[in-house]
Design a protein. Sequence first.
Length: 95
Amino acid sequence: MLTLTDTAAKVIRDLNAQTGEPGERGIRISSQDDDAGSLMLSVAEGPQSTDKVVESGGARVYLDPVAASVLDDKALDADVDDQGGVSFHVENQAT
């Protein structure tokens, strides 16, 4: 299952705090047209019925079935630049 680094969890919590009441809000990673080669990340109010849910450090990530399969053995990390811009990236999990 996808794991989150501490940095990614903090960035997701911060994004949720900027957009109002957290509730079940998180980020959603989904495939485009069942194409495993192209994934899209968006802020989500909650999971869709077929989503896998990853929770870590108070952060939630929702994965559609294709994304869950592609990211099964990966880790999600994040970087914040000097201007506050956020970028997420996927890494192989350390074994």
